[in-house]
Design a protein around this ligand. Structure first.
Ligand SMILES: Cc1cc2nc3c(=O)[nH]c(=O)nc-3n(C[C@H](O)[C@H](O)[C@H](O)COP(=O)(O)OP(=O)(O)OC[C@H]3O[C@@H](n4cnc5c(N)ncnc54)[C@H](O)[C@@H]3O)c2cc1C
Length: 333
């Protein structure tokens, strides 16, 4: 049998397809990298009735797709996907495996890397090939103050998770052709330890937080979930989106998708409102590219106040409520 070409694989995360474009972005970058090492670009699709996603990935640059289609794979499960992917990687030996740094990818990738006894660079914001043909994985370190360039010289595959929005997807090409490899469901996959009782689609944002020209960010200083809700009203009146700090997300005042900082989203709004946020480095790592910053904090010495173009020493909730009231008045007149 002819020896297979080297390959770069992309894990197909098609959940919430219209918002979650990271698989398409990775396919695009994988095509650039493949040229440098003369490799082919492959994707995996695990699930049930997944023809639509297979077609999409081919149209966006995958030359071959490994498809495992079975009713038991209807919902994404980390345990099952890790076991299935481990088998495929051991059999087909990709050089590089790229995974979106989504909530699922962040759970799935480290477990898989551990099973395969290979390295993993998490949350990459750059991928290149060096003169030795190795994948150079660029990831922020030390709260985003340094960019580390990491290679995996010996272990395979070279594995990376990549932040959504890092690369541009290739436009859909309906004439693209790809090979489909049907993978039977292995008998010895583990049973999922999580039983899904129900699922509910998250309300879509008007626009992605990363793309919003105006962001209203809130922190613990907002005081409560009820008060935090006012920020959504302010964002609505201003035509912006709401971001949050980690304590806010952990307290469930805002959903996970709102987290701004080292651990999640890097935003670049022209105008950023920051309410009741201290300015810890893990948060400010995500707002470095913001244009004009208006911060409201009771403490004039908070780091966030020093970073701001306009610093208002006041109660965050009072300022938020007053702004909503005044803006609404102006809209009416
Ligand atoms: C590995 C790691 C990763 C992390 N990643 C992230 C990340 O990605 N994003 C992130 O945000 N955090 C992250 N954190 C947490 C981070 O270190 C901070 O704890 C967090 O950013 C603080 O959030 P905060 O500013 O809302 O809360 P606090 O630090 O508690 O600040 C609250 C602020 O509100 C002000 N305040 C209080 N009451 C009022 C009021 N009534 N009116 C006005 N101001 C008021 C206070 O003066 C204070 O400045 C991470 C931490 C670690 C260890």
């Amino acid at each position: 049998m002819a020896e297979r070409k080297r390959s770069i694989w992309v894990f197909g995360d098609y959940r919430n397809y219209f918002q979650n474009r990271v698989t398409l972005q990775l396919l695009s970058r994988a095509n650039d990298l493949a040229k440098a090492i003369d490799a082919e670009v492959c994707a995996t699709v695990f699930g049930h009735e997944v023809d639509e996603w297979v077609g999409e990935y081919i149209a966006h640059g995958a030359g071959r797709i490994y498809v495992c289609d079975h009713p038991s794979l209807k919902f994404y499960s980390s345990d099952v996907s890790v076991a299935l992917m481990e088998k495929l990687v051991r059999e087909f030996k990709p050089e590089i495996l790229l995974i979106g740094a989504t909530a699922f990818g962040r759970e799935f990738a480290p477990r898989l890397a551990k099973r395969l006894k290979t390295g993993l660079t998490a949350d990459c914001i750059g991928l290149d090939i060096n003169e030795e043909g190795l994948l150079v994985q660029t990831a922020p370190a030390f709260g985003g103050n340094l960019l580390a360039k990491i290679v995996t010289p010996e272990r395979r595959p070279q594995m990376a998770t990549v932040r959504p929005g890092t690369f541009q997807e290739i436009p859909h090409n309906h004439q693209a052709k790809g090979e489909i490899v049907s993978v039977p469901l292995p008998d010895d996959l583990p049973k999922d330890r999580i039983r899904l009782i129900s699922s509910e689609r998250q309300q879509a944002r008007e626009q992605r937080l990363e793309d919003a020209a105006l962001v209203v960010c809130g922190g613990r200083g907002m005081g409560s979930k009820k008060k935090f809700k006012n920020l959504y009203e302010l964002a609505r009146v201003l035509g912006g989106e709401v971001g949050a700090t980690r304590p806010v997300v952990y307290s469930k005042w805002a959903d996970e998708d709102s987290l701004v900082g080292q651990a999640d989203k890097h935003i670049k709004p022209k105008v950023l409102f920051s309410f009741g946020i201290s300015g810890a480095i893990q948060h400010t790592a995500g707002i470095k590219d913001a244009g004009f910053i208006i911060a409201v904090n009771k403490n004039p010495h908070a780091t966030m106040m020093r970073m701001a173009d306009v610093a208002i020493v006041a109660d965050a909730n009072q300022v938020c409520t007053a702004l909503i009231r005044e803006l609404k008045k102006r809209i009416r007149t």
